[in-house]
Structure formats: structure tokens, C-alpha cells
Ligand binder design. Sequence first.
Ligand SMILES: [Zn+2]
Length: 406
Amino acid sequence: METDSSDRCFSGASPAADAPHGASAGVGVRVDAVTVSELSDAALHRRLAEIGRATSALTALHAETLRELTRRTDAATAEQTAKDTLRISGRAARSDVKLSVALGGLDATRSGLEDGTIPEGNAKLIARASTEGPIDEAWLAERAQREGYDEFRRTVARHQAEASSDDGASLLERQRQARSGKIFTSRHDGMVVLNAQFDPVTGARLATVIAAAERRLYSNEDPRSRPSHSQRTADAIAMLILEPDTARPAGTSLLVVADYDAVNHELTNARLSDGTPIPISELGPIAADAQVLPAIFNHATGDLRMGRSRRTATDLQRAALALRDQGCIGCDMSPDYCQAHHIVEWQHGGRTDYDNLVLVCNDCHHKIHDHGHTVEPKPCAGRYELCAPASPSATSNSADSRAPPA
Ligand SMILES: [Zn+2]
């Protein structure tokens, strides 16, 4: 941090006169203090981007310092120093030291952080993946500069599965071993906290059931006094645990997808509906479960075109849309909360075909029908995005964008 009386500014990576390794010297990602109320919209957007770059650069400096502390003493001492000096929790200090050590071996990621081209969240995803198995760091660092967090998270997961010699089976096994759960009463406010983490397959199964319970709660709510999304999620979890006989609604199957390679007569590319890859060896055991809905895509079939024969999308179409759109095309909401929208609308002769449908959440659907937003093709073939109308005043601003479809 650099301060001077005439020109207050924040400088993420300021020139370090005596930096022995010169790791970030002279980079200078700088954000000046200004009166933000006087900035135009465009200037405000540019400023936000600058702050993002400065945050990355600061993360690099933070990690570099913790790494040097760890080198001089050990990880436990560095953690304690970070905890005391920065007055952060022990947990945060441990995770910062772990990140700093992992970044030590990741040259491309470190330099992307230093010059602000890799956002902090993406750098953390690479660092975590590097501790879980082999990765091609340079390739990931290049993608990390272009992709948003959610997209990059999926890129990393796919990359990890591809880079592993056993189709991701050992990665999944490690993730299963790393499951953890904890129930405690917060000393701060007396609230009871359930905290648990699961491997992606178990997690996706839980998320599917919880989302279905949320949809059921949503349909019974008074529209004038809806709870927030996180309140509804808490209610759904309580209902599923406390009233197991009545709570589990229909339609709670987990969707698992694979491609059928008609040339080699084998299944390939197995994944969850959000694109998270799973080992082919998992497909048999989980598909035998009655609560799992397997969808096998054979590119030769015409199952994805229903034309005018039905208005609503089929389960297979929804699966294909979940794979292509990976969630709401407007806000990235999970496919569980989305509905299929006809691009050329049904009442205007639109067909219930895969290429005339996109996934949108309740809120974004509302933006299309009531606020003039439009579905536009993305530069990458076959995908779509939601575009706001030219006038910014026409955009909707809803309080609960995660409301599940009724
Ligand atoms: Zn949305």
C-alpha cells in the first residue's frame, strides 16, 4: 500500500527497491483514489477492472511474503504470524500459507497474478488442482486469463480428469476420502451450523434432491411474502432430514450423461449435467441406482427435435440443454433452477427443438418476456447468451434471482 498526501492511491505491486528476486518489482498495478460519484458508467466499469487486477497483484505479494516466512521458519510459524499480524482466523491463515506454498511451484500462475491478468479465484483453483494431481499449469494459466470463475472451475475439473492416467477415478477417490462434516453451535450468535463437503458425485446427488425440495416449497409459498433463497435452502434441508417420508418429491433423479461412440461401441465422456467429468467406471454403479437418470447421447438419433409435437422440453432435451448451456444463459444459475425457453416463441410457430431452446432461470425468463432482453448466439458455435436491451433503465432488478421455477 502506497499513500501520499497529495494523491491517495492503492498500488497492488509497487516497485520494490530491494526485492532480491525481483518477482513483482516494477509491475505497478495502480488504482487512484477518486470521487466515484463523478465517474461515468464506463469509467466505473474500468475502475472495477483495475481493482480486480490490483487485488490479484496484492494476492501475489501476500503469497510471496508468506512463502518467504515459511522458508525461513516453517508452515506452522508462518500461519501463526499471519494470524497474529493480519488478525485473521487460524483457518484462513492455514489456507493462505497452503496457497503461498503451492504458488511457489506455479510460475505461469504467479506471473499472471502479479500482472493482474489472472483473477485471484482462478489462481486459487489452479493452486488447489496442483496439490491434487498432475496438471498442465501453463495451459491452465492461459485459460485462467480468459474464463470467468464458473467456466474455469469446470475447465479445471475436466483438465484434471483428462490429465489423470485413470480417467479421473483416483481423483474422485481422493475427493471421497476428503469428505468432511461438522455440526456446531456458533458462539457468536447461538445459531446451529451444519457444514459438510462431499465429492462431486455425492454433492450433485444431494444438490438435486435439495433443489427439488426447494421447488416444492416454492410452489406452496405465498408470492407476496417469499423467503430468501438461502432461507428456502435451509428449510428444504430441514424438511428432508426431519420429515424424510413426506419431503422427498418426485423428479429428484440425478442426471448423468455420456456419449455413445458408435464406431467403437463404447461410452465416452461421462459427466454430470453441469459438465463435471466423472470416470466411466462410475457410470455403471451409479446408473444402477433408481434415483439416477442416465442420458446417453448418440449423435445419430433425432431425439432432440420434437418439432410442434409437444410444447415442453423432454427430459433428454433438458439434459442436452444442461450440457450445452451449463445453467441459465443469463446468470449461470444451476440447471436445476432453469426452464427451457423457446428462442422463436411457441406462439409464433417456434419448434420444441434442441436448437430453438435455451435454459433460463425464473428471473432471466422474466427479463426476456417483460424487459426486452434477447437471446443472442455467442461467438462459440451453438451457444447462446442473454443480452440486455440498449437502454439500461429497461433492465429488471429482482430481489431473489435464485427463485426456482414454479
Ligand atoms: Zn438467470
